[in-house]
Design a protein around this ligand. Structure first.
Ligand SMILES: CC(C)(COP(=O)(O)OP(=O)(O)OC[C@H]1O[C@@H](n2cnc3c(N)ncnc32)[C@H](O)[C@@H]1OP(=O)(O)O)[C@@H](O)C(=O)NCCC(=O)NCCS
Length: 188
């Protein structure tokens, strides 16, 4: 799965399946990116279970100095993992490498994720987010997710504490119809 270069950034973006050969890089990035990171085993278990898992990568440009390249020889911008249900999918992880944030890459990944999930036949996308995670909450609200509940003490937090999770959902068909309407496309 690839996209054409985006005019605003001049970078070619590639959405490619996460493979076993990428796990060391993904896990190392996760350690830098998340205060409560997934382990390498969490990622490898996800691949073994068949969860959709995707990388956002880009070819190297002058000035890029990533510590390590993906198996495809590109620079890793971010990644996501979802879990498919009957009529819905659950976002398990979406992360952008710290040095690549605030450039629209999470938004690009969410758009690709929602399109892929809709194409798989799901109608709803669900996720949990820490109440303290202001960047992620703002991202999800921008994508059209709505809060639907709270899971008390859901996440481990610092110093043995726990933190609540906000449960959010996105109606993919409604979001897709809104996007098509905004783009002036005819709806089927
Ligand atoms: C949350 C995260 C994925 C955002 O990635 P990103 O590439 O920096 O986000 P984008 O540049 O695509 O921003 C999209 C929108 O998200 C929101 N956002 C992103 N970072 C933000 C920040 N630091 N503060 C406030 N809003 C923020 C904004 O609404 C932004 O839209 P805008 O640029 O028009 O203001 C990234 O911070 C991250 O990887 N965090 C650690 C992992 C994590 O918390 N994942 C979510 C778990 S539920």
């Amino acid at each position: 799965m690839t996209t054409a270069p985006t005019p605003s950034t001049e970078r070619a973006l590639f959405f490619e399946p996460m493979t076993a050969a990428d796990l060391a890089l993904v896990a190392a990035t996760e350690q830098r990116a998340n205060p409560h990171p997934w382990s390498l085993g969490n990622f490898s278990d996800s691949l073994a279970t068949g969860y959709p898992a995707c990388l956002l990568t880009t070819p190297l440009l002058p000035g890029d100095h990533p510590p390590q390249l993906t198996a495809s020889g590109r620079m890793l911008l971010g990644y996501w993992v979802t879990m498919n249900g009957v009529d819905e999918a659950h976002v398990l992880n979406i992360t952008v490498a710290p040095e690549h944030r605030r450039q629209g890459w999470a938004r690009a990944m969410m758009q690709a994720m929602t399109a892929a999930t809709l194409a798989d036949g799901a109608h709803w996308l669900w996720l949990e987010v820490r109440t303290s995670n202001t960047p992620a909450k703002a991202l999800y609200e921008q994508m059209g997710f709505l809060p639907v509940g709270v899971r008390k003490q859901y996440y481990p937090a610092d110093q043995g504490q726990r933190e609540d999770a906000i449960v959010m959902s996105l109606n993919l068909r409604a979001a897709g119809a809104t996007a098509r309407s905004a783009a002036g496309a005819e709806t089927p």
